[in-house]
Design a protein around this ligand. Structure first.
Ligand SMILES: Cc1cc2nc3c(=O)[nH]c(=O)nc-3n(C[C@H](O)[C@H](O)[C@H](O)COP(=O)(O)O)c2cc1C
Length: 352
């Protein structure tokens, strides 16, 4: 049904227009408590065997929505009602900004991929905080992903992230420092340990000062050299971070300028996960994202050492019930393997 709708209608429309209409529809749903609760009951993961606790937060299942869809925290609860175990909102910057000129979002349908150069279009941290403060009608785990305001120079990047963290960390189930999007000039340079150490130290201080001690993760690019991945992993351990999200989109492609996501990213994303797991074992929570399309991909990431998995492009091509379907299939697979908990498979194929 969704495949037909996608082939006949959606793919003919401008990708960003479809995106905004979807967010608007879901924002409306988020403000309709009864429907939201009905959908949540029908579609969210409720199987106790899928429950995962990571950095002190309880997730009803492993598969969440990656950052970039709900940039302004407008519809996170509606997304959770559709079957995602968690929703990462953002990237949110300290100051509102329009992002790059359109067109800036491109579907590569044959490759099951997307290229985007959105450039952190968002209404800014105070506006997101107002939305996050609204009471939640259903249980929804909401992570908040923060980035650098474009006009802020690199020398003031830490202060800019700290402004966002102060506003948003108290409202987040976990906070993510995004230093890996390819569409803000210079942002990925912040992955160098010499720049990343003061940045993460300062943001961590804010997180540690919130009433619930907000967990802090860092999100990295797939284009880092292997030794740089190790260096970020070592730094995360040294600073006592809670986890690493790997990976963001890649610039290693020949399509339109921007970051590539979806199927072509799958192999590298898995490779980065394996490298991280070999480096840190289970001392950090690893969240794997990039090219996840189906239940086999989620299973493979868990086996390779991810505690949580995220997807975005897979949802675009898989349709609104994508996450709900995968969680149902995971439940069946857990029973088939006679496991009492899906957590039993985490890291099983990781090298010791
Ligand atoms: C349209 C679009 C916008 C995105 N915006 C963000 C963003 O603002 N912040 C971020 O950390 N990642 C962003 N991402 C990256 C995703 O969160 C994810 O890391 C990446 O797409 C790989 O996962 P996927 O292959 O499942 O899409 C965006 C991805 C897409 C497709």
């Amino acid at each position: 049904m969704y495949r037909l709708l996608f082939r006949q209608v959606l793919r003919r429309l401008d990708a960003e227009t479809v995106h905004h209409r979807t967010v608007r529809g879901l924002a409306l749903l988020a403000r309709t408590p009864l429907l939201k609760r009905v959908l949540h009951r029908a579609l969210a993961p409720h199987d106790p065997a899928l429950r995962i606790t990571a950095f002190g937060v309880h997730f009803p299942g492993p598969l969440g929505l990656a950052a970039g869809f709900d940039k302004d925290a407008a519809c996170a609860e509606a997304v959770a009602a559709l079957g995602f175990s968690h929703v990462e909102v953002g990237t949110i910057t300290a100051h509102a900004q329009p992002g790059n000129p359109r067109p800036r979002l491109f579907r590569l349908v044959r490759e099951r991929a997307v290229v985007n150069r959105m450039g952190f279009n968002n209404a800014g941290a105070p506006a997101a905080a107002r939305r996050l403060r609204r009471t939640r009608g259903i249980p929804a785990v909401v992570g908040v992903n923060i980035g650098k305001t474009k006009v802020v120079p690199e020398s003031e990047a830490t202060a800019d992230y700290v402004t966002s963290a102060k506003e948003l960390a108290p409202l987040a189930d976990y906070l993510v420092v995004n230093v890996s999007s390819p569409n803000t000039p210079g942002l990925r340079d912040l992955q160098a340990v010499s720049l990343l150490r003061p940045l993460l130290t300062a943001v961590k201080e804010v997180c540690d000062g919130t009433p619930r001690r907000t967990p802090l993760l860092v999100k990295i690019a797939p284009d880092l050299a292997d030794e740089d991945i190790d260096a970020v992993a070592d730094l995360a351990l040294e600073l006592g971070l809670d986890g690493i999200i790997a990976t963001n989109t890649t610039i290693a492609h020949d399509g339109p300028t921007g970051g590539l996501s979806g199927r072509p990213l799958k192999a590298r994303s898995l490779e980065v996960l394996r490298r991280l797991r070999a480096r840190v074992g289970d001392r950090l929570t690893l969240v794997s994202v990039g090219g996840v399309e189906d239940v086999d991909d989620v299973w493979e990431r868990l086996l390779a050492g991810a505690t949580l998995v995220q997807g975005y492009t897979g949802w675009i091509y898989g349709g609104p019930l994508w996450a709900s379907r995968i969680h149902r299939q995971l439940s069946r697979r857990v029973r088939l393997h006679r496991l009492s908990s899906i957590t039993d498979i985490i890291g099983r194929t990781a090298s010791p």
